[in-house]
Ligand binder design. Structure first.
Ligand code: 6R9
Length: 660
């Protein structure tokens, strides 16, 4: 892969190698454009054909899209299928039975490999076990587990019997778990005794006990416990069951429950920045279709690939690109229990080397922290490991700043592997904007172009499409198969939140701002809409300023928020993590002055942060997103009264508060 400077001085495109392009599912821009055109010309026909080719239907659908009650769209509504059948039985029938489905790397480095045949058996046994407890199609089952084969077995077992799972990330506290159990009206919880992270045993079952005790009105009758550590737990007779005992004498075959395409597959709660978490509801048919297609198109998955997505199954990325998509296409996945920095900061590179990972999909925040770690200690630098098995890299979760992109490209991909920067959300089910790796010329910091079949626009506050080069609101203007169906138990919230009247009620509002390159039409995500700053009447994306700060040689990571200012309306406060130690006194002042000058030069004096605070880290959610709303509160010197249950590192708040 070579960097070709284009005529435009500032844009460099990175092209896939010829060999990569030739073998890719979408082998060039013409193929990409042809697919986009096909969708444009006959939208329903486009999706119908893909759905027939990629999904195994028990009963074929005759209706493609029902638009009679927008925004409550229905896809393939008279078709019948089973998602677990598509992920497991399909592979027993097509020669993958003895292929590894999951390579599980435990926290302590122990490796367990599970073939498709074995996975199918375990899923069937648990599915039968759940049925023996009286759990039925349509019942909600909360899964509160860490990364484990059993967590995927649990999700698949629910899908097999038509139960609706709701995975709650294993780092959530008892009140958050209790709220989700209550909201979903769950009849059962599947959990583990404990989880292991970074050598420590952390409770799971005890938190389930607390969560259930907090809400007397919950409907949970059964708790199924996977024994991970063997630590002692309290056991409620009649309610609690060990997973191994429940499944022991169950039959190894479980006839799938054939469900309608619109039957809900799962609820996944997304932590909105305001209000209670929203339970995004996903369907069976449409969701599965997009999970499969994006594995083929964005990840160009091949039978020989070893696919590693580092996202926890508690997030949508772990759902679509660990539990469902890769299995439905018969891939081998690596599933990692631990954390990137334990027992050392080279762990990710070590795992890639050890398991010969060929596709590696992770988050910008992980990349940035590993850049910092490898700068601090060359022993953990990627150069110490053999990464030659890699052929494709992916990024997800936040905008990736060009600095981190280039490091990822050079040090991990060795300028050979395309990077797919995938923009999407819990609500979209799968990728929305991402390069097609064998086709799209890459530009660091841009997620490039929408996937074929995704109709994405940048509009103003009234819903009018804006010309390229003008920043606005990102919307999707046609329903798509893997879209959120509703907010669980709250149709009204679904309608008003995602299909705002101001935009005419017909546009799905993603909640992000975006701008398209005036020449290429490439999209750059400028951050959540509520992250747009307005300094002296100039709109500035937080991302824009953060990118420039992060590109400074001393900076590891930066987050920028606005704060009210008498003079300029809003002023910029930057929280900065340096590659070296936390600076003090005069040193801090000098560096801050340097950084201000730098931003002035790189963007404009308007973007110059009025205030710069240094810290050892930024407050992040457990899925790695910077919690700017907390930084906003700190910048304003206010007390933190908001919910911080999704925060990974609460201690950092105190440090940042005292950083002035
Ligand atoms: C998949 C996932 C969704 C929000 C989304 C946006 C941000 C995700 C991104 C990205 C820029 C990317 N986001 N991927 N921003 N570039 N490649 O993360 O889902 O947890 O629901 O978050 O994440 O702000 O709206 P979810």
């Amino acid at each position: 892969m070579a960097a070709n400077p284009s005529e435009k001085k500032e844009t460099h495109f990175y092209y896939p190698s010829e060999a990569f392009a030739q073998n890719a599912a979408i082998p060039g821009m013409n193929a990409y454009r042809a697919l986009c055109r096909a969708a444009e010309e006959d939208y329903k026909g486009f999706w119908a054909e893909l759905a027939r080719e990629n999904v195994l239907w028990r009963k074929p659908f005759t209706k493609v899209l029902n638009e009679t009650n927008p925004p409550f769209y229905k896809w393939f509504e008279d078709g019948e299928l089973n998602v677990s059948y598509n992920c497991l039985d399909r592979n027993l029938e097509n020669g993958n039975a003895d292929k590894d489905a999951v390579v599980f790397e435990a926290d302590d480095g122990t490796v367990t490999k599970v073939t498709y045949r074995e996975l199918h058996k375990r899923v069937c046994k648990l599915a039968n076990g759940l049925k023996s407890l009286g759990i039925q199609k349509g019942d909600r089952v909360v899964i509160y587990m860490a990364m484990s084969v059993e967590a995927i077995v649990a999700m698949q077992a629910c899908a097999r019997i038509g139960a609706i799972h709701s995975v709650v990330f294993g780092g959530f506290s008892a009140p958050s778990l209790s709220e989700r159990i209550g909201n979903a009206g769950a009849v059962a919880v599947i959990t583990a005794d404990r989880q292991i992270r970074g050598g420590r045993h952390l409770p799971l079952k005890a938190i389930v006990d607390d969560a259930l005790a907090m809400n007397e009105n919950h409907a949970v009758e059964n708790v199924v416990i996977y024994r991970r550590t063997g630590d002692k737990i309290d056991f409620v007779e009649g309610r609690d069951h060990w997973m191994h005992e429940l499944t022991q004498s169950q039959a190894e075959i479980c006839e799938p429950e054939w469900v309608n395409a619109e039957h809900p597959l799962f609820i996944l709660y997304t932590s909105g920045s305001t209000g209670n978490p929203k339970g995004a509801l996903h369907s069976s048919g449409g969701y599965l279709l997009w999970a499969i297609l994006t594995m083929r198109w964005t990840f160009d998955i091949k039978p020989t690939d070893v696919f590693w997505c580092t996202a926890d199954i508690g997030w949508i990325t772990g759902h679509t690109y660990n539990a469902y998509g890769p299995l439905a296409v018969g891939a081998t996945i690596v599933l990692f229990e631990g954390v990137p920095t334990w027992p050392h900061a080279g762990r990710f590179w070590e795992i890639i080397d050890k398991h010969k990972v060929s596709i590696f999909y992770t988050a910008p925040t992980a990349i940035r922290s590993l850049i910092k770690a490898s700068n601090e200690n060359a022993q953990f630098a990627p150069e110490q490991y053999n990464l030659s098995s890699l052929r494709l890299l992916g990024s997800v979760g936040e905008p990736i700043n060009p600095e981190a992109w280039l490091w990822f490209y050079k040090h991990i991909g060795k300028e050979r592997c395309p990077i797919v920067d995938t923009f999407w959300q819990t609500e979209t089910g799968g990728h929305v904007i991402a390069p097609m790796p064998g086709a799209t010329p890459l530009v660091p910091g841009s997620c490039t172009l929408p996937l074929p079949g995704m109709f994405v626009r940048v509009v103003d506050e009234t819903g009018q499409e804006l010309p390229w080069g003008q920043g606005g609101i990102l919307v999707i203007n046609r329903p798509w198969p893997s879209m959120i169906r509703t907010v669980w138990g709250n149709d009204e919230r679904y309608k008003t939140h995602y299909w705002p009247e101001e935009l005419g009620g017909k546009l799905y509002q993603a909640g992000d701002g975006a701008i398209r390159d005036p020449e290429t039409g490439y999209f750059t995500i400028t951050g959540r809409i509520d992250d747009v700053l307005n300094v002296s009447g100039h709109a500035l994306g937080t991302m824009e300023v953060e990118s420039v700060l992060s590109a400074h040689p001393m900076v590891a990571e930066a987050a920028v928020v606005g704060k009210p200012d008498d003079l300029t309306g809003e002023s910029i406060c930057a929280f900065v993590i340096l590659k070296n130690e936390l600076p003090k006194g005069d040193e801090a002042k000098t560096i801050a002055a340097d950084l201000r000058k730098w931003v002035s030069q790189e963007i404009s004096p308007i973007a110059r942060p009025k205030e710069i605070r240094f810290g050892e880290n930024l407050p992040k959610t457990r899925s790695g997103k910077i919690m700017r709303r907390l930084l906003r509160v700190i910048a304003r010197g206010e007390e933190i009264t908001q919910d911080i249950s999704t925060l990974e590192n609460p201690a950092i708040l105190e440090q940042l508060r005292n950083s002035l």
